[in-house]
Design a protein around this ligand. Structure first.
Ligand code: ARG
Length: 561
């Protein structure tokens, strides 16, 4: 049941020819002050239509609305404010959460259609950057949200495993590298080789040509080149997969850029066939000047293909293989132009599904207000950051709850959860400041705070003597604030899906946790009276929704901490 919908239904019934149900629904808001009621309907639009004063219309509507879910409906100036029947509604909501369990809040509008989610996608032989962390965390959550809405998420890691940098890497490895070093510390070592290449090339420009030749060999399938490339890829992937398992993130496909090598000719031919390619300084491009965009580079003058060529090809491959209804790309906003271009190229090629492609951009992670840079070998290794977070979480637990069993495991849930929540509580386009200390406190708007609230609620449940009677309803103001939030959960999920915005859920569970803590400090849950059962049901409902909300963000909810 969605009470806003019931209210909209009641109102729109009376004005069918003037305002549709959807229009009414959009107009309904929350009153400014709690004392004014639970829902408000402003009458300005209707007033215009009927040429009457809004307050007069409000009066008319207020007297005509009935139903057991409404305690009273009053006109307050131009608004029709309704007070909901707390007992009825809390009874209903608690009952449905208890029966649906973690399914509460699910939707079916996805109708099982596939949505590809291209996310994380780090570059081989380079460190997993903070930007890739954001993409990983946001993409993983979106995949969970999409699923909760009834779609089939296809999680794709479009690894950056091809490009001229591999020519440089091969040259550097052959000159200065050794197998053991790479094996023991692949990414650090490969990055150092890459950095050394760039510093030595300044005095030895001939290295550049050599790198070009090795990349050419790689493209032509030279055995030595291929073997080295494959080895670098494997080693990097192993290192990345340690990060993915710490974050509990998985993929159905690791088809990276290299996978499309033998598929790009077909794309180029098709572009030619449709007369979409033009020459520009010897390169082949798709002209996008009508759309006021720079041309999309498809082939360099030396015949090499590009990032965009691979993305166009990948999109076609994915449509053929997964028949996606939507294709989502979770990539930093600095690549917005790139995605605009490739989506347009697909549409020009005549693919109607070109309009179903969505770039979901996000902002930077900053340290002391500056971008964290991986250049010049100065790197922040993400794995170390995560381990540090886990260590700090452990110290926190050691302080707060020294007798806790399986501290290691819980510290991991808390440390990782802190990093994820810190990212997802912000609207994704905002830049975020990275601070381990801040994200790990148990107070404030942090992951550990929500986890802690959940654990606290679980501990009440452990003490409660359970009886099986169904809820009869609660009517005090503290529980009402919590019930109202619980009621919003399904709509919150839908909104986060429509906006591709996990922060909608993060902000919501934060609010629920805060409201629950207020409740908990004012009300004796386990006091034995007729309402105890309902209060326990309320606490149980809160644990269900908090846990499910955290799960959608990719965060675990320990029962003790
Ligand atoms: N590897 C790229 C980078 O690190 C991101 C790839 C994003 N996905 C895509 N299909 N282009 O910048």
């Amino acid at each position: 049941m969605n009470i806003k919908e019931v209210y909209a239904e009641e109102i729109s019934k009376q004005f069918q020819d003037v305002l549709t149900y959807d229009e009414v629904l959009k107009l309904i808001e929350k009153p400014k002050f709690r004392e004014q009621g639970d829902l408000a309907f402003p009458c300005f639009t209707l007033a215009k239509q009927y040429r009457k004063a809004p307050a007069v219309i409000a009066e008319e509507i207020a007297t005509s609305i009935q139903g057991s879910l409404f305690e009273k409906v009053v006109a307050t100036g131009p608004y029709v404010n309704c007070f909901l029947n707390k007992n009825e509604i809390s009874k209903d909501i608690l009952q449905s959460i208890l029966t649906e369990g973690t399914n509460y809040g699910s939707h079916h509008f996805g109708e099982d259609a596939a949505i590809t989610i291209d996310f994380s996608s780090p570059n081989i032989a380079k460190p997993f950057s903070m930007g890739h962390l954001r993409s990983t965390v946001i993409g993983n959550s979106l995949a969970n949200i999409v699923k909760k809405c009834g779609y089939q998420p296809i999680r794709i890691n479009h690894l950056g495993d091809w490009g001229t940098q591999f020519g440089k890497l091969i040259v550097a490895y052959k000159l200065w590298g050794n197998e053991l070093d790479v094996k023991t510390n692949p990414i650090k070592e490969l990055l150092q080789l890459y950095v050394r290449f760039h510093s030595e090339v300044e005095t030895k420009p001939e290295l550049e040509e050599e790198a070009r030749l090795w990349f050419k060999k790689l493209e032509d399938g030279n055995e030595e080149a291929i073997a080295l490339w494959r080895w670098f890829r494997e080693e990097s992937l192993q290192e990345f997969s340690r990060i993915y398992s710490l974050l509990h993130v998985d993929f159905v496909s690791f088809h990276g850029e290299a996978f499309y090598n033998d598929k790009m000719d077909a794309t180029v031919d098709m572009l030619k066939g449709k007369n979409l390619l033009t020459k520009s300084d010897g390169a082949e491009v798709v002209d996008l000047s009508h759309e006021n965009l720079p041309p999309c580079l498809i082939k360099k003058s030396d015949g090499a293909t590009l990032y965009a060529t691979r993305d166009v090809t990948a999109a076609i491959y994915r449509q053929e293989n997964y028949h996606f209804k939507k294709a989502i790309y979770v990539v930093g906003h600095e690549q917005s132009l790139h995605f605009k271009q490739i989506f347009l190229v697909l549409e020009k090629m005549g693919y109607v599904w070109g309009k179903d492609m969505v770039h979901v951009p996000f902002g930077f992670i900053l340290k002391d207000g500056k971008r964290m840079s991986t250049r010049k070998g100065k790197i922040v290794l993400l794995e170390e950051v995560i381990k540090e977070a886990i260590k700090l979480a452990k110290q926190n637990i050691e302080l707060k709850n020294p007798s806790l069993a399986n501290k290691e495991e819980i510290a991991e849930m808390v440390g990782v959860g802190a990093i994820i929540f810190h990212d997802l509580k912000n609207e994704r386009l905002n830049n975020i400041e990275f601070s381990l200390e801040e994200m790990l406190t148990f107070e404030g708007t942090t992951g550990p705070y929500v986890q802690y609230t959940h654990a606290r609620a679980c501990s009440i449940l452990r003490k409660a003597t359970v009886t099986d009677t169904s809820p009869i309803g609660l009517s005090d103001s503290y529980s009402w604030s919590v019930v109202k939030l619980l009621m919003e959960f399904p709509a919150i999920i839908k909104r986060s899906m429509q906006l591709y915005e996990p922060s909608v859920i993060a902000k919501y569970i934060m609010e629920l946790a805060q409201e629950f803590n207020k409740y908990y400090s004012h009300v004796k849950v386990l006091h034995e009276d007729v309402e105890m059962n309902d209060r326990v049901a309320l606490v149980r409902s809160v644990t269900i929704v908090l846990k499910e909300g955290l799960r959608l963000l990719g965060i675990k909810a320990p029962e003790e901490m």
